[in-house]
Design a protein around this ligand. Structure first.
Ligand SMILES: Nc1ncnc2c1ncn2[C@@H]1O[C@H](COP(=O)(O)OP(=O)(O)OP(=O)(O)O)[C@@H](O)[C@H]1O
Length: 752
């Protein structure tokens, strides 16, 4: 019956789409074109949404104490009488399906999971909260619990899948938490933080569509591989107004991927705000004595005193550098106009001043001279000039950073080859520099007037019968209605080309309605400042695990990181159950965790009955055995282990494998194990085996994992133990450890 309704909804959309298209090309009145564009785009979007719900359309059923039965699914569906037959998983009525526990069944008598393959029901799985209240017939069809275990044990595909059918009560609390404020979701590896955060995005867009569709939701992940890994979850949940970014591409126009910046800790330190402020001031220069400026062949004297006064005045406005520059330039042009009149022995009327200033400004000599005192700067210019010069760093950071810190910051070669740690600095610089947009502002005011006229017109369109007809068809699938503002945006941007997501991604100052930050423990103080600028409303979901922090600039506690930034306006939810890693592997991970953190390891939801496997590399013996040979021997062992694992997995449809290794041996391993595709290649996730550094493996999971050289992982950074904890907790089934020499102490039990 439900698939029948889905087909009907689809047919309706196809019909409407073709009838809209049949109305012809670009002709007709302005109003007709507008209506056609909107209608076609909405119908296409609706169709895409309906197509995505084909698999597992309905996955749940609830029976409550009042004998009401509801079916829960990926979208809401109504029959011809407008009766709701399938409840969207995000609707309030679906909540008991997720929230009920044996202790607090929230009015439910039974929760049923429904399994389907294509359009066939293949099984059901019941949880009964009150057997007495079930009818005899229902009692006779009861079935056991297995939905979650089946879901978490299944082979991995290289992409994260949605879990709408099996969201657990503690995750549901996170997903449906209120929109305002900062929600921190702390949980160990595999507790579903990422999956819960993405479902939260879908839930928020559904529940607060009016606000969020216009402002968009920003999801920040640790790297491009991770974004690819989670990229399909949201579309499958039916959401498109979401922008996915890494920290490296939050500054429009820059795509930084390099995370290995020796100065990352200093660049992440909030003291850099003062360094950048001073770097900007250092660019506002005053010569040591009076100068002359050449204006079309006339040498005009300019007093040092006047430059100093103009600078002080411009600074005292406290406007950003490029904005205050207008005042500086105007002051000095006035000074030059007077000085020129004196040189040429000509009178100067006050009312002629604006014209004279404009003429002087148009001469190359004046322009260049004033630019040298107070240049127009881009963030990129400011930062590359700073990082590329020891002298500039000394001047800007002399009182803030000590000598070794300043030395580490200096990058005389390729100062504008941006690393991820540079991006928050560029963003900070953009704030300090500002944009002199007085010319654009005038244009914008004119555009705004035009826009208001459009808006009034669009309101009339909404009120018209045709668009009211659309409303009926759209609300069937819970598509939000367009408001007058959206309609006019649509019109002024020339049609459907710019979605909220596209406009937001291109605009550094875009204020998102909600921001979700995954692996948030990795953010430095400067990175937080950049992210907070994207969300002045402070409506955020901060997801992470302070026990997995790899970056030395990252967080060791949420309190220390967040209190200075948002005060006490944050609350914490904890996730405690591990859905990924079997108990046998988690026991090893727990021993590693205990060496560095008081955080409790999460409880595994299942065990495999098989412990981790250990392979010891035969020692390279004899005189002349060196580090190179050691690495070759290690690589040979890993190659053998990879081939054995791949043979056991028996094809990419049955699961995935990852080799996780210290950064230093990735090159050797890439040569020795060509089956494993390095993580910096986009196809890595789609291959049967991936070769990853720990930072590339963050947030990902694989059926089998070969952790290579644990001692190397431990010693490669000051957060090595956190890295080893991350590496060990990526496996959903089997873990193999390949090592040379003795195992590091926390793994010693594996030798037994
Ligand atoms: N309720 C659930 N039903 C089915 N599978 C789940 C559920 N919750 C989590 N999982 C699965 O558990 C695995 C781990 O989830 P996820 O990656 O979100 O964990 P995480 O807490 O972000 O881990 P990490 O901190 O290691 O990145 C995923 O495969 C996810 O689909």
């Amino acid at each position: 019956m439900l698939y029948g309704l889905l087909d009907q909804a689809r047919e309706r959309s196809v019909r409407e789409l073709s009838s809209v298209r049949a109305q012809g090309g670009p002709g007709g009145t302005h109003q007709a074109r507008l209506e056609r564009d909107i209608s076609a785009s909405e119908q296409a979007r609706r169709l895409a949404q309906l197509d995505r719900t084909e698999r597992g359309l309905c996955f749940g059923r609830t029976d409550d104490e009042k004998q009401a039965t509801l079916y829960i699914g990926r979208i809401g569906l109504r029959d011809d009488n407008y009766e709701l037959k399938l409840i969207d998983w995000r609707a309030p009525a679906a909540r008991p399906f997720y929230a009920a526990t044996p202790r607090n069944p929230v009015g439910l008598v039974r929760r049923r999971h429904i399994y389907t393959r294509r359009r066939q029901v293949t099984g059901v799985d019941d949880e009964v909260f009150d057997l007495d209240k079930l009818s005899d017939e229902d009692r006779s069809t009861l079935s056991g619990e297995a939905a979650l275990i089946a879901a978490v044990s299944s082979a991995r595909t290289g992409r994260m899948a949605d879990v709408v059918a099996t969201i657990q009560a503690e995750q549901d609390r996170v997903i449906r938490a209120d929109l305002p404020g900062v929600l921190v979701v702390q949980g160990g590896p595999g507790t579903g933080k990422t999956v819960a955060a993405l479902h939260r995005a879908a839930y928020l867009l559904y529940t607060h569509r009016r606000i969020l569709e216009r402002r968009g939701v920003l999801v920040i992940g640790p790297n491009a591989t991770f974004l690819r890994y989670i990229g399909q979850v949201l579309p499958s949940l039916g959401e498109t107004d979401v922008v996915l970014h890494t920290l490296g591409d939050l500054f429009p126009g820059v795509h930084a991927t390099d995370t290995r910046d020796p100065a990352a800790v200093i660049k992440g330190d909030e003291r850099m705000v003062r360094v950048l402020q001073q770097a900007v001031r250092d660019r506002q220069t005053v010569p040591k004595q009076d100068v002359t400026v050449n204006a079309d062949g006339v040498e005009i004297p300019l007093r040092r005193e006047a430059i100093l006064r103009a600078r002080d005045r411009a600074r005292s406005t406290r406007r950003p550098h490029n904005v205050a520059r207008r005042l500086f330039v105007t002051e000095l042009l006035t000074e030059l106009a007077r000085s020129e009149a004196k040189v040429l022995n000509r009178p100067l009327d006050e009312e002629d001043l604006p014209d004279v200033r404009a003429r002087l400004w148009d001469t190359n000599g004046v322009n260049a001279a004033l630019d040298a005192f107070w240049p127009l700067l881009t963030p990129e210019m400011l930062l590359s000039a700073l990082l590329g010069s020891r002298q500039a760093i000394r001047s800007a950071a002399g009182s803030v950073l000590d000598h070794p810190e300043r030395e580490r910051l200096t990058r005389t070669a390729h100062p504008s080859r941006w690393t991820v740690a540079d991006v928050p600095l560029l963003d900070e610089a953009a704030e300090l520099l500002g944009v002199d947009d007085s010319a654009q502002k005038a244009a914008r005011r004119a555009a705004e007037r035009a826009r208001r006229a459009e808006q009034e017109y669009a309101q009339e369109v909404i009120d018209s019968a045709i668009v009211q007809g659309m409303e009926v068809s759209m609300t069937v699938g819970q598509l939000g209605m367009l408001d007058a503002e959206q309609l006019s945006d649509w019109n002024t941007t020339g049609g459907v080309a710019f979605s909220t997501a596209e406009r937001a991604a291109a605009d550094r100052t875009w204020a998102y309605g909600h921001v979700i930050i995954d692996e948030a423990q990795e953010l430095s103080g400067m990175a937080w400042r950049m992210v907070l600028r994207r969300n002045p409303a402070r409506s955020m979901t901060v997801v992470g695990d302070v026990a997995q922090t790899g970056s030395p600039a990252g967080a060791t506690s949420w309190k220390e990181m967040l209190n200075p930034l948002v005060g006490r306006r944050w609350r914490e939810e904890r996730l405690t159950v591990n859905y990924r890693t079997p108990a046998e592997i988690m026991a090893v991970a727990a021993a590693v965790l205990a060496t560095v953190s008081d955080e409790r390891p999460p409880e595994s939801v299942r065990s495999e009955g098989v412990g981790p496997r250990v392979i010891r590399v035969p020692s390279a013996s004899g005189a002349g055995a060196d580090a190179g040979q050691g690495a070759q021997a290690l690589a040979a062992c890993v190659a053998e282990a990879v081939r054995a694992d791949l043979a056991e997995i028996g094809g990419p449809d049955n699961g995935r494998l990852a080799v996780i290794a210290p950064d230093a041996v990735i090159g050797v391993l890439a040569a020795a194990v060509p089956e494993a595709i390095p993580g910096d290649q986009p196809e890595s996730l789609d291959s049967a085996a991936a070769l990853l550094t720990v930072s590339q493996a963050k947030g990902l999971e694989f059926d089998r994992v070969i952790v290579t050289d644990p001692s190397g992982i431990l010693s490669q950074s000051q957060n090595g133990a956190h890295d080893l904890y991350v590496a060990i907790t990526r496996a959903t089934h089997r873990l193999t450890v390949v090592h040379e020499g003795d195992l590091p102490a926390p793994l010693a039990t594996l030798d037994a």
